[in-house]
Design a protein around this ligand. Structure first.
Ligand SMILES: Cc1cc2nc3c(=O)[nH]c(=O)nc-3n(C[C@H](O)[C@H](O)[C@H](O)COP(=O)(O)OP(=O)(O)OC[C@H]3O[C@@H](n4cnc5c(N)ncnc54)[C@H](O)[C@@H]3O)c2cc1C
Ligand SMILES: *[C@@H]1O[C@H](CO)[C@@H](O)[C@H](O)[C@H]1NC(C)=O
Ligand SMILES: *[C@@H]1O[C@H](CO)[C@@H](O)[C@H](O)[C@H]1NC(C)=O
Ligand SMILES: *[C@@H]1O[C@H](CO)[C@@H](O)[C@H](O)[C@H]1NC(C)=O
Ligand SMILES: *[C@@H]1O[C@H](CO)[C@@H](O)[C@H](O)[C@H]1NC(C)=O
Ligand SMILES: *[C@@H]1O[C@H](CO)[C@@H](O)[C@H](O)[C@H]1NC(C)=O
Ligand SMILES: *[C@@H]1O[C@H](CO)[C@@H](O)[C@H](O)[C@H]1NC(C)=O
Length: 476
């Protein structure tokens, strides 16, 4: 008997080793979440689950980790960083930002970079400092230059705009708006410009607020969020960027700190929030994982598409379904036929302020690497798959300097930032949309951050996120 027990024991541990060597999928247990059954291969438990490893999600993860809380970051991509993306030109080794360029000199920013061991330097935003590169104004739809176009001197108008902005200091902190919401904030920006004679500011505001789309039709509040007090201050005193001119270094460092607590290449299947805990079911390849946590941070854009896996409340659905957004496409190209000595800025002669209407190219800029140019483009209607990349190439072929169709532009890198600039209409804002949105904060163990909750500005998002971390650490 003993010997046979020993044999079966040996056999058991042999099997256990075998099983442990098999893909984990063989040991799945089934769980029902939001009414659907999932065969779960692994269950992990963390204090906080963070959906999205972009600007807001990565900041949350590093800070909570440092505050002694365990985290799981669920990220769709194979890397952290979201809209921060850096291309390294293989020929010269030059890093070129395809996304986030610079930050504000805030304590949260300098502390965060210091924590992750990434050195910062001061940089100036604005036109290409290389005086050998001249800006030419051209209509990308026709390819015709507009030699009569003069970019206005906007210094005085920027001062007048700043005087308006100073009346709304709370815009720099989030969307905690007074009630009633000041009516000037709800005016289409075109009307606001007329009311305060800010006409010379328009071309600059258009270039600054890339990705919004129809600048003049957009409620003024969104322009003031994008070109806000912190940006005006940084325009004056300098922005911060990484000393090595590679903002992705921040995220590479965060990847090392967080290690296997980031679940890359994830698809979120279900999110359930009960009175006692949060359950998140994700899939990575063929592996399904259930994450149990006390609290949830949602740092992905709260679009209907992203939220459909949630056990959403009626109020969450009502609010999130009101968001519209655009697609902001940025890319680097070779073989455009555009000389290294010109930046092409898009104008639409005959339109108000000569502003092109979306879908449109903003500009084709020089990168400092010969033959490699940067293009920015916006669409306010949804594109499918890679369609937007083809639309951009068509417009670039229109402006090829030696004649249309002389060469075939080739993408070195391309990135469609969608959804970009989640927004609602002026009527919704007037009716308290943002008060309702902010009242979701902390409800159902759920904390919300990211651009939709503040602005497309990493520094502002980090400061906003910092504001609720103590609520989370107190709750865990
Ligand atoms: C081209 C460009 C230039 C910019 N320049 C600047 C700048 O110079 N300075 C500045 O401060 N800001 C800049 N911004 C704005 C700023 O980067 C963004 O506002 C910021 O990235 C928003 O942070 P976020 O956390 O909301 O979203 P993101 O950083 O976009 O992060 C969201 C993350 O969630 C992931 N995700 C999305 N959906 C899902 C899902 N369903 N499941 C799992 N994961 C998901 C994404 O892959 C992404 O990693 C720029 C933005 C763009 C697009
Ligand atoms: C994510 O998926 C990509 C593409 O399949 C793969 O190349 C990459 O290694 C994956 N990353 C991780 C961290 O699993
Ligand atoms: C940020 O501002 C502080 C003053 O508030 C200044 O001492 C510091 O040099 C600035 N940092 C950078 C990198 O410019
Ligand atoms: C722009 O306008 C400002 C203020 O009106 C003026 O001081 C400045 O000299 C002008 N700049 C140029 C280049 O004309
Ligand atoms: C400025 O641009 C010219 C033209 O492309 C280029 O030859 C030169 O190297 C650039 N200078 C710097 C400092 O980048
Ligand atoms: C200019 O803007 C006004 C309102 O702001 C609009 O009615 C008009 O159609 C616009 N004109 C053009 C040419 O787009
Ligand atoms: C977060 O905590 C602060 C300080 O305790 C409190 O004033 C605030 O109401 C809390 N916020 C939420 C959304 O619970």
């Amino acid at each position: 008997m003993r010997s046979s027990t020993t044999d079966s024991g040996t056999m058991f541990s042999f099997l256990a080793i075998l099983v442990s060597l098999l893909p984990v999928a063989s040991a799945s247990t089934s769980y029902t979440v939001n009414g659907n059954k999932y065969n779960v291969d692994e269950v992990i438990t963390r204090d906080v689950t963070i959906l999205g490893g972009g600007s807001g999600g990565t900041y949350s993860a590093i800070r909570l980790n440092d505050l002694g809380k365990s985290v799981a970051v669920v990220e769709a991509a194979g890397r952290l960083g979201g809209n921060t993306e850096t291309y390294i030109d293989p020929g010269t080794g030059t890093p070129i930002e395809v996304g986030v360029q610079f930050f504000h000199n805030f304590t949260v920013v300098t502390d965060y970079f210091a924590r992750l061991g990434v050195a910062l330097t001061t940089v100036q935003a604005g036109p290409n400092p290389n005086t050998s590169v001249i800006t030419s104004y051209v209509d990308f739809l026709t390819g015709l230059p507009d030699p009569s176009y003069v970019f206005p001197n906007f210094t005085a108008a920027l001062g007048a705009y700043a005087a308006q902005l100073f009346q709304y200091p709370y815009l720099d902190l989030g969307f905690d708006l007074p009630s009633p919401v000041p009516s000037d904030l709800l005016l289409p920006f075109g009307q606001f410009v007329t009311k305060y004679s800010l006409q010379p500011l328009v071309p600059f505001a258009w270039i600054w607020c890339q990705g919004i789309g129809d600048l003049l039709a957009t409620p003024t509040i969104y322009i003031m969020k994008y070109l806000g007090l912190s940006s005006l201050q940084s325009l004056q005193e300098g922005f911060l960027a990484t000393a090595l001119h590679d903002n992705s270094l921040l995220y590479l460092s965060a990847e090392r700190v967080l290690g296997s607590n980031v679940l890359y290449n994830s698809t979120i299947l279900a999110v359930k929030r009960t009175n006692d805990y949060v359950q998140t079911v994700i899939k990575q390849g063929s592996k399904t994982t259930l994450i149990k946590s006390s609290q949830l941070i949602v740092a992905i854009p709260p679009t209907v598409q992203n939220m459909k896996v949630f056990d959403s409340t009626h109020q969450e659905n009502r609010l999130f379904s009101q968001f519209t957004y655009s697609e902001y496409f940025t890319a680097l190209l070779r073989g455009t036929g555009i000389p290294d000595t010109v930046t092409l800025s898009n104008v639409s002669p005959g339109a108000n302020f000569s502003l092109p209407l979306p879908p449109n190219v903003y500009a084709v800029d020089q990168t400092g690497v010969s033959g490699l140019v940067a293009v920015t483009y916006v669409s306010t209607t949804a594109t499918v798959g890679d369609e937007i990349a083809n639309l951009v190439v068509e417009q670039i072929k229109n402006v090829q300097v030696e004649g249309k169709g002389v060469s075939e532009p080739v993408y070195a890198v391309k990135s469609n930032h969608r959804p970009f600039e989640l927004r609602v209409d002026a009527k919704a804002i007037k009716n308290g949309f943002y008060a309702d949105l902010y009242s979701l904060q902390g409800e159902k163990r759920t904390w919300w951050t990211g651009a939709a909750w503040h602005a497309h500005d990493s520094s502002l998002i980090w400061r906003f996120t910092e504001g609720f971390l103590s609520n989370i650490t107190a709750a865990v």
